[in-house]
Ligand binder design. Structure first.
Ligand code: CO8
Length: 217
């Protein structure tokens, strides 16, 4: 596995060295894992979709449970501390290779904003064919983290995230989410973002990201 430093150049061209100065906050670096990582993650996503959508006979469920337990036993010896797994650090993969994140691709990443595109899948179903309402704040919150970083701000945490649901968010449909920094006031970064299907607004979001003080977790 090769490691490379993520681009942490700020808007003013200075490096965001504050990243180093928050005791205990792990440093995340982009990685390019071996070719099977993408296959593994996509296979796990398919399993997640299936786990929430099948109604199989008992013997089939028993067989699946046996195999899942065997797979867990294979992987358990390789658990590493936060920030060391390729999950969440593989920039070129959907959701950066993390199962927690919806499988979306970053299309634009810079001080003027971040955009990503993708689809919600069966795993993200809320009801009546729509994405679960809780998946949208997840998508927005992750975007906010990327926007604050792309803007060159120091490590910040979400103080609030206000989501307006404007229209039903469909599954298995290409969507985009895009946002940018509106203004900075001291430690506060105010950001807005929109989730769209084509030109149709599905949801919009306003967030306050607060720069962490030294020692804040
Ligand atoms: C690797 C990169 C990781 C990126 C993270 C991605 C984003 C995330 O999902 S983070 C996880 C979700 N967020 C959290 O868990 C945060 C939990 N909360 C906290 O840790 C703290 O409340 C924290 C750090 C946000 C603020 O605490 P603290 O530093 O004590 O701030 P505090 O002094 O109360 O407030 C500072 C200012 O912000 C304002 N403020 C704080 N919270 C809010 C709020 N919810 N709404 C409005 N204003 C607020 C205060 O009024 C104050 O304003 P002013 O200076 O004008 O008086």
């Amino acid at each position: 596995m090769s490691e490379q430093a993520a681009d942490v150049t700020g808007v003013d061209g200075k490096r965001d060295d504050d990243y180093e100065h928050h005791g205990g906050f792990p440093k995340y670096e982009a990685v390019t894992p071996g070719p099977d990582w993408a296959r593994f993650v996509e296979g796990m996503r398919t399993l997640q979709d299936l786990a929430v959508s099948v109604d199989a006979p008992d013997d089939v469920v028993a067989q699946a449970a046996d195999q899942v337990e065997k797979l867990a036993a294979v992987l358990t010896p390789y658990v590493v501390p936060e920030g060391r797994s390729p999950a969440g650090r593989t920039i070129e993969l959907p959701g950066r290779g993390s199962l927690l994140m919806p499988p979306w691709h970053i299309e634009k990443f810079g001080p003027d904003g971040v955009r990503s595109a993708g689809e919600f899948r069966r795993y993200h179903l809320g009801g009546n064919g729509a994405a679960h309402g809780g998946t949208l704040p997840l998508l927005f919150d992750d975007l906010m983290g990327m926007i604050v970083h792309a803007y060159g701000r120091p490590i910040s945490r979400t103080a609030y995230l206000h989501v307006n649901y404007r229209a039903i968010t469909p599954l298995n449909t290409p969507l985009t989410v895009e946002g940018s920094v509106d203004r900075v006031e001291g430690r506060k970064t105010f950001i807005t973002a929109q989730l769209k299907k084509g030109d149709t607004l599905l949801a919009d979001c306003e967030a306050l990201m607060l720069e962490l003080l030294p020692g804040q977790p």
